[in-house]
Design a protein around this ligand. Sequence first.
Ligand SMILES: Nc1ncnc2c1ncn2[C@@H]1O[C@H](COP(=O)(O)OP(=O)(O)O)[C@@H](O)[C@H]1O
Ligand SMILES: Cc1cn([C@H]2C[C@H](O)[C@@H](COP(=O)(O)OP(=O)(O)O)O2)c(=O)[nH]c1=O
Length: 198
Amino acid sequence: MLVTLEGLDGSGKTTVWERLRTDDALPGDATFTREPTDSWYGEAVQRSIDDDEADSLAELFLYTADHAAHLADTVRPALDDGRLVVSDRYSDSRYAYQGATLAASDHFEDPLDYVREVHAPWTRPPDLTVYLDVDPETAARRSGATNKFETAEYLAEVGENYERLVAADPERFVRVDATAAPDTVYDRVRSAILDRRD
Ligand SMILES: Nc1ncnc2c1ncn2[C@@H]1O[C@H](COP(=O)(O)OP(=O)(O)O)[C@@H](O)[C@H]1O
Ligand SMILES: Cc1cn([C@H]2C[C@H](O)[C@@H](COP(=O)(O)OP(=O)(O)O)O2)c(=O)[nH]c1=O
């Protein structure tokens, strides 16, 4: 089963993901992974993140290349072995974030839909996506604006894209109020995963 954690920067995904890794209630052979990955594709993504002048379309394809390699090298082999896979960010991040960065482009009527179409023929959709829901102001404050994406204004657009993704696929998403206390958020994410396991 493939579980993904999604949400704005600062929503608490990595905090939850780190705790899940040591939770004995989950299978000992579970694969914990993330996007951007730590492969050379992910390093190329990080260079783009660090470049405030990076071209948004080029950046989309860097993230997407990282996802393709992530599927081939990590996700599909683990799923084929019957393992639980938990990814801190995955394709919904691309739809939500690059759907926002490309909104300024005049190439696309609907950038979010375009990004989804790019992935549709070959990606592997998650079986469960836990959406850590937090307001953009809290997200920006918690994340400390460490990169070009972490402004409340931009994160508000990203949040609207996430809401669109949740509305389009309500069976796949479980929303967790990420403004709650860390232990409360963790317990709710943990329950969502344990309740959904095959
Ligand atoms: N439920 C929470 N309440 C308050 N602060 C939180 C909560 N979850 C995480 N944080 C803090 O917010 C910051 C970002 O958390 P992190 O897990 O890195 O978020 P993300 O991976 O979604 O960007 C960290 O300083 C973390 O300690
Ligand atoms: C996976 C992914 C991340 N991102 C963004 C979200 C983050 O601002 C940035 C790097 O992710 P990361 O460093 O993991 O930040 P965080 O821990 O706050 O999620 O890349 C995209 O824009 N598109 C994507 O497809």
